[in-house]
Design a protein. Structure first.
Lengths: 668, 315
């Protein structure tokens, strides 16, 4: 399909501009919630859906480039649209459509930033992510990357009157810039002495191994900081809870994935042929992040923090896939590399839908109850059935349960791990399959976390009397949730279609396609000689038929008498909602098992205390070991450097003189 | 012979549905004999299920729809698993819909629904049971997956029927990695089916129970479905074990004679396995709940060791 009048790239560009215009329109009447909520956010959602459609059609077409003569003289903006950008644009468009619709009903008056300004920041954030994906030179990329970081910083600090949120925003900004500097340096190496910063020049540049390795490591550091890879994850559990829920959804569901895009772009496209052992770094960091994230998620009591840690886990899984793909590509196992890379990208696409869905679900709960603490929620499935059931889909998906989408990408990743014993390097080929065991462990733990998340919020009895007054989400919010839930279901049911689309990416990256054509469309058979197949539709149909038959035959052969009574209280009576297991209690086994990972401060009351108090504080060891000493260190260095500031004009003139002489000496 | 394939498939499902409670009855009978008790009839689980179906269902006042849906989902998942596992024949229509990894996912789906339903009422027992069930599950599931990896490396596939075919075709040699994984698998089986070192199926003592705590609020037809699903789960695990470790005799074609033989062999395997299970349960003591993770971590590490041995020894 083509759009006669304009190429897909031009259309994408126009749609991104449309986002900017939608955002700017919000500034016409910044305080009008009606304009922003009823008109602009739905418009933004439409633009998102259109972007997804355009990007999806571009996947079947050849890559195209565009040079826009804007910006500095002699430095035009290079843009391009290939399959890799296309796939991530689909992700951006489709996920943001649901989030924007939800946001239309979400933002209310009197909460921090004015709605119009919020609308501008939000759509600027969306557009900048789009430009990141389209950029074809380092300048354009960094400009879009920084706009993305800054606009999201302002979105995170929407409630800037609260000191914790300002602090979280600052931490985010700091880490974002640390990452940006790394990426900038990486681009600086990649141009390889040609001093041309277009991506084409970088592809053509020949780097020796050391420089290429340095570029790869810097890129990993930079993109890892944006993605929230351990140990540069510290901003993530602070910033996600601070931001309004649609913003958390965008950051977690889309922005983290742009980091994966950047990493794939650098390692498979700009660096040309990656070396196999580079892959071990993202692989081990990814595996560690996956486990670390999920273990910490299990211990959280704030629902948005829990999801933030779960994002770290999912990012870990994506980077595990990326690392493994690099290893495979480096040793020339192209088919295996293609499969693994597809698994990583599939997981990114899945994560965009399921994590956005969950964050929006927490947003709806937050609005209905004003409560983020799991210890004060419960039983909301009765008061908020729409939110509860739609969130349940996201919960089952992210727990990696078939036939939903989270399972497909994990299945693909596990399948690709089964190739790893063929890597022709001793020891490595024995250690790699163990990664599969860790992925399996992380996936199973994700199930634990999600049962805790859903069970404590939506099931059981309300832990506070005020929860009885909770109301279900409005129409726009339901629509947004339903869109994302539908995405989770469809991505789970039609894996072959999705993988065929991803196939163009791996083909353009020189890894070839997966041989899917020799199986029927409903059967996922990525490696024909292995005969491992998965057919989610059949799978679901069988379950459905059995459930239906069981229901009908129970009704037919027996009866359907049903009475309601009080819950079993062992005959003592007085069962209260405080007797349910708490979020802390649910996390206890994990805390106990993975004790070395946590920094735990525990205050236990002695039997003689008149006012017994129990306090438990769970901290992040990495934060204490790595980041806390950093502050005093910076201060000390700053003190030393302050010696330069003598406060006398003569000294400063001397500095200028010395600088001049040195630069002259260098020039000559 | 497509139609015949489907008939065999349906027969397999019907056999699983029918045989699962009998298998459970057999294990209980053996256990009673070993413990010098008078044994219940082998059909006792059937009677229990029948009795439950006839009763009026009572559910708690604040139960949501999820609570009433869960028994059907859990039962459906277990029947689907029975359809996927090659218990009597390998080349069946539905078996292609899910490989061993998807099968593990299916069992996890059942577990998640069971735990969510237990949390739905909001009593102390239910939530406690859910927490413990998930604690057992998150260690047992990866252990089972690693077991499957080891077997997949040996047979170059993750499709359970083809694993069974390829392993049955190999000559009978003692494979050290399979020995490790067999032990790990048995431990997972014990834990996942609430058998003795981890949970006691015969107790209602609050402090120790896991599986019974989950079902505490269920009654009548819902409970019957849950009990039946639990019996099916045990049967399914046994059949996974047969397909992976003693695959000989599972019919690879749809010749009626082979199928008959396969059903009879399955009966023999189940009889022996049931007696073995009862023996393990009799000679071991129930672990404290806090020790259960150690037990499962041992299973996980054994499976990983099996994987390492497999990779060390090569083909």
């Amino acid at each position: 399909m083509s759009f006669g009048f304009a190429s897909p790239l031009t259309l994408c560009l126009l749609l991104l501009l449309a986002w900017c215009i939608v955002g700017l329109t919000g500034m016409v009447r910044p305080l009008s919630l009606a304009l922003v909520g009823r008109t602009l956010f739905p418009l933004g959602a439409l633009v998102g859906a259109a972007l997804a459609v355009v990007a999806a059609t571009s996947l079947t077409q050849a890559p195209e480039q565009l040079v826009l003569p804007i910006g500095l003289p002699d430095l035009p903006v290079h843009l391009h649209l290939d399959a890799l950008s296309g796939v991530f644009l689909v992700l951006l468009g489709a996920a943001s459509a649901g989030i924007s619709i939800f946001a239309a009903g979400y933002f209310r008056q009197g909460e921090g930033t004015a709605p119009g300004l919020l609308c501008l920041q939000y759509h600027l954030f969306l557009a900048s992510m789009g430009f990141v994906l389209l950029a074809d030179d380092a300048y354009a990329f960094m400009l879009a990357w920084e706009t993305m970081a800054l606009s999201s910083y302002f979105l995170v600090t929407t409630q800037h009157r609260i000191p914790e949120i300002r602090k979280a925003g600052f931490l985010y900004l700091l880490m974002a810039h640390l990452g940006a500097i790394s990426i900038l340096l990486s681009f600086g190496i990649l141009q390889g002495g040609s001093w041309h910063f277009t991506f084409d020049a970088m592809r053509a540049a020949h780097l020796d191994t050391n420089w290429a390795t340095a570029a790869f490591c810097l890129a990993l550091m930079g993109f890892g900081a944006k993605a929230g890879l351990v140990p540069v994850h510290v901003w993530l559990p602070e910033a996600h809870p601070a931001a309004p829920s649609p913003v958390s959804a965008l950051m977690s569901g889309v922005m983290l994935e742009t980091a994966l895009y950047g990493m794939i772009r650098v390692s498979f496209d700009l660096l040309g042929q990656p070396l196999w052992w580079w892959g071990l770094l993202p692989l081990s960091l990814g595996l560690f992040s996956a486990l670390y994230g999920v273990v910490f998620a299990a211990a959280q009591t704030d629902m948005k923090r829990l999801l933030a840690y779960s994002s770290i886990e999912n990012v870990g899984i994506m980077f595990t896939g990326l690392g493994l793909a690099i290893v495979f590509a480096g040793v020339g196992m192209r088919a295996a590399a293609a499969l693994t890379l597809i698994a990583a990208m599939y997981h990114a696409l899945n994560h965009a839908f399921m994590k956005s869905l969950l964050f929006l679900g927490t947003g709806a709960v937050l609005h209905a109850t004003g409560e983020r603490n799991l210890g004060r929620l419960g039983g909301l499935i009765h008061r908020m059935p729409w939110v509860a059931w739609l969130t349940l889909i996201g919960v089952l998906a992210i727990a990696g349960l078939p036939p939903l989408n989270g399972f497909v990408s994990e299945w693909l990743l596990l399948q690709s791990f089964l190739f790893s014993y063929k890597v022709p390097h001793a020891f490595i080929n024995m250690l790699l399959p163990l990664g599969a065991a860790l992925v399996a462990l992380a996936a199973a733990l994700a199930g634990y976390v999600m049962v805790k998340f859903f069970g404590v919020i939506f099931l059981g009895q309300p832990r506070e009397p005020t929860l009885q007054k909770a109301h279900d989400a409005g129409f726009a919010e339901r629509l947004g949730l339903a869109w994302l839930a539908l995405g989770c279901v469809l991505l789970g049911f039609f894996p072959t279609t999705v993988i065929t689309l991803f196939g163009t990416v791996t083909k353009q990256l020189g890894l070839g396609e997966l041989p899917l054509s020799n199986a029927p469309w409903w059967l996922l058979l990525p490696i024909p000689e292995r005969e491992s197949s998965y057919a989610p539709l059949v799978f679901f149909a069988v379950i459905l038929v059995v459930v239906a038959l069981a229901t009908v035959s129970v009704r037919f052969f027996y009866h359907q008498r049903l009475r309601t009574g009080a819950a079993w209280d062992c005959g003592f009576g007085g069962l209260t909602s405080r007797m349910q297991d708490t979020a802390e209690g649910f996390g206890q086994p994990i805390r106990h098992l993975f004790q070395p990972l946590f920094f735990i401060v525990r205050e236990l009351p002695s039997p003689f205390d008149t006012k017994p108090r129990y306090r438990l504080e769970i901290g992040d060891r990495i934060w204490r070991a790595l980041y806390e000493p950093l502050g005093p260190l910076v201060r000390r260095v700053a003190d030393k450097v302050a010696w330069l500031q003598q406060g006398r004009i003569a000294t400063y003139l001397l500095y200028s003189f010395v600088t001049l002489v040195v630069s002259l000496a260098l020039m000559l | 012979m497509r139609v015949f394939d489907w008939i065999v498939q349906l027969m397999g499902i019907a056999l699983a549905l029918a045989a699962a409670p009998v298998f459970l009855g057999w294990v209980n009978q053996c256990r009673a004999w070993l413990q010098n008790k008078s044994a219940p009839s082998i059909l006792q689980p059937y009677r229990g299920i029948r009795k439950l179906f006839h009763k009026d269902a009572v559910i708690a006042q604040n139960a949501s729809r999820l609570f009433r849906l869960a028994p059907y989902v859990v039962f459906g998942a277990m029947v689907t698993a029975a359809a996927v596992i090659p218990s009597i024949a390998t080349r069946l229509p539905i078996t292609r819909a899910a490989d061993a990894i998807a099968l593990v996912g299916l069992l996890a789906t059942a577990r998640v629904f069971l735990s969510l339903a237990a949390m739905d009422i909001g009593t102390a027992f239910g939530t406690l049971g859910a927490r413990r069930e998930m604690m057992v599950g998150f260690l047992a599931e990866p252990a089972l997956l690693v077991v499957i990896f080891v077997v997949s490396l040996t047979s170059a596939t993750t499709a359970l029927p083809i694993i069974a075919e390829r392993l049955a075709g190999q000559s009978l040699v003692l494979n050290p990695s399979l020995a490790f994984t067999a032990v790990a698998f048995t431990m997972v089986l014990l834990a996942e089916n609430a058998r003795i070192p981890v949970d006691n199926p015969a107790t209602h003592l609050e402090l120790t129970m896991i599986h019974e705590a989950l079902l505490l609020e269920y009654s009548a037809r819902h409970l019957a479905l849950m009990e039946w699903a639990a019996a099916l789960k045990l049967f399914n695990y046994a059949c996974i074990g047969f397909a992976v470790f003693i695959p000989w005799g599972i019919a690879t074609s749809d010749a009626p004679l082979g199928l008959t033989l396969s059903v009879m062999l399955l009966g023999v395997k189940l009889t022996v396995a049931g007696a073995g299970l009862a023996f393990i349960e009799t000679v071991s003591a129930k672990l404290r709940v806090f020790r259960a993770p150690e037990f499962l971590a041992t299973a996980f590490l054994l499976a990983v060791l099996g994987l390492l041995v497999r990779l060390l020894l090569g083909e």
